[in-house]
Structure formats: C-alpha cells, structure tokens
Design a protein around this ligand. Structure first.
Ligand SMILES: Nc1ncnc2c1ncn2[C@@H]1O[C@H](COP(=O)(O)OP(=O)(O)OP(=O)(O)O)[C@@H](O)[C@H]1O
Ligand SMILES: [Mg+2]
Length: 265
C-alpha cells in the first residue's frame, strides 16, 4: 500500500483580520500520486498549497507530512525546515515572487548551495538541470528580464535542481503558450512516472485531465466538495457550474472529457 505523504485532519486556517478560509478540512495525499486542485478564484487553492508546502500553518487541527506533525514551532528548527523544503518543492503562481537573483545560473544554484554539497557537485547539478530544461541560452540572463514563460521555466529549474520528492505547482500553465504548456505537462508526467508526487492547482480543466487521475474541488465557500477521479468531476456539469469552473456556455459531451469554452451548433 502507498505511504501517506500529507494528512490534514480537521484543519482550519484564517488569515489576519479574521478572513477564514478553511474550517475542518480533511485530506490525505499518498506518495506517487498526481493530484489536481480545482476551484474558482478565491476558493482557497493557493492557501491550501501553501499549507502543504509549509509556508503557512493551520490554526486548527493537525497537518502531518512524511509522518510528522508540521507546525510553526516544529519549523522553527532550521534543520527540520531545510529538510522539509528540500523534499517539497513549490512553484509559485507568480514567478516574480520566486526569482530573486540577477543571473539565471545563480538562481538555479541558490538552493543547492544551501546544502552540504561541494562546488563541483553544485555545478554538476545546475548544469544537468539547465540541459534537461534546455535553458542554455538563458543561463547568463537576468531572471527579471525574461518573458513570463521563460521565468516559469527558471522557477521550475530552481526547484527541480533539489530533486524534490513532492512538487507543488500553483496554476503552472497560466500565461504559457500551447507549446510551453505541452512541454510542462510532459515534464510533470515524466517526473510523476519516475515517482515524484505532483500536486497542481488550476482552473484549466484540460490541464487537470491531462495531468491527474485524482481531482480535489474547492467551492467558492472554500469547502472541499469533491475528492475523486478527474474523469468523474469533468463529467459532472452541475458540479462544475456550481463551483464556477464552467459557465452556462460551456458544455461537456462525448465521454465527458471534451469541454468547449464557446457556443457551437
Ligand atoms: N494574504 C492574505 N491575506 C488575507 N486574505 C487572503 C490572503 N491571501 C488570500 N486571501 C483570501 O483567502 C481566500 C483564498 O485565497 P486564495 O489565494 O487561496 O485563492 P485561490 O483559489 O488561489 O484564487 P486564485 O484562483 O485567484 O489564485 C480569498 O478570499 C482571498 O481573498
Ligand atoms: Mg491562487
């Protein structure tokens, strides 16, 4: 049986000034899964992903990762926090929030340099990832001056270079052209095939279908209203409409996998 990686029991989360997002949220994610988190704007996708990657902490209930409780106190231990962030890679919704050096090569090398690796090992890892993601032409450029898609690739590289066991991506295909979307989907499928657990948030139903067997759906009231097969939720027009993932002009036909965002005869 697969090992449970993440377990949320009765989790509540409230932002400052009393903006309650989650109350009594229960969820398990196993090693090796590819899970897609679906929900409209403001439904809580980014907040849930930030809990899973230890950037914010529940104020009710219990969050466990790799069999250990994760909370603010535990993560004050630098050794535990560093180990956790090495195992769980997070790709932000907005790449600008993630990139902070003045050269792509340095950006990718930053994470490995925090580990106990020799300079040669760091260089090898960075060069391998640059080659894998075909970033040779960008490696001397400033991350700030790249296009949105190029920034996303650098953000992905700076996380993959740490060999994470879990990759969490917040709306990864937003703003990417079709070929770059396909590239990212293929990369994520390959990583998942090699055993990396993948958790993505999106409101792109095609992405959910292409990437994940399992879907989680958050309602606009931040409730987890569906946890099951992606094919089942894509076939459930009423639910998709209720949670504002399709509107009345969208429709599903065929096997429920085929979704148009326009009206046709
Ligand atoms: N830093 C914050 N402080 C206060 N409230 C916040 C903060 N970040 C998000 N919220 C609120 O929490 C709720 C969930 O936001 P979240 O960003 O998780 O939604 P989302 O599903 O990721 O939306 P989107 O699709 O627009 O990215 C929203 O009501 C939002 O206004
Ligand atoms: Mg978001």
């Amino acid at each position: 049986m697969a090992k449970t990686l993440f377990c949320l029991q009765g989790v509540g989360f409230t932002y400052g000034r009393g903006i309650e997002v989650f109350h009594n949220l229960n969820l398990k994610i196993d090693e090796g899964e590819s899970v897609c988190l679906l929900g409209a704007n403001g439904s809580g996708k980014s907040t849930l992903l930030k809990i899973l990657c230890g950037l914010v902490f529940p104020d009710e209930g219990r969050f466990e990762a790799f069999g250990r409780e994760i909370n603010e106190e535990v993560m004050e231990n630098d050794r535990i926090a560093q180990e956790f962030h090495r195992r769980v890679g997070f790709i932000f919704q907005n790449s600008d929030a993630q990139l902070f050096t003045t050269r792509v090569w340095d950006e990718i090398a930053f994470g490995p340099m925090q580990l106990a690796l020799s300079r040669g090992e760091v260089k090898q890892r960075v060069d391998d990832v640059i080659q894998m993601l075909k970033l040779e032409e960008l490696k001397e450029r400033s991350p700030y001056l790249l296009s949105g898609g190029e920034k996303k690739k650098v953000a992905v590289a700076s996380v993959l270079v740490l060999n994470p066991e879990v990759l969490i991506l917040d709306e990864p295909t937003n703003g990417l052209d079709p070929r770059t979307q396909r590239w990212l989907i293929d990369l994520l499928l390959e990583l998942n095939h090699r055993g990396c657990t993948i958790i993505t948030s999106t409101h792109n139903l095609e992405l959910a279908h292409a990437l994940s067997h399992r879907a989680l759906v958050l309602s606009e009231l931040h409730q987890l209203v569906f946890d099951g097969l992606t094919s089942d939720v894509l076939a459930d027009r009423n639910l998709l409409q209720e949670v504002n993932l399709i509107d009345e002009y969208c429709h599903v036909h065929g096997e429920g996998q085929h979704i148009h965002r326009y009206v046709h005869n």
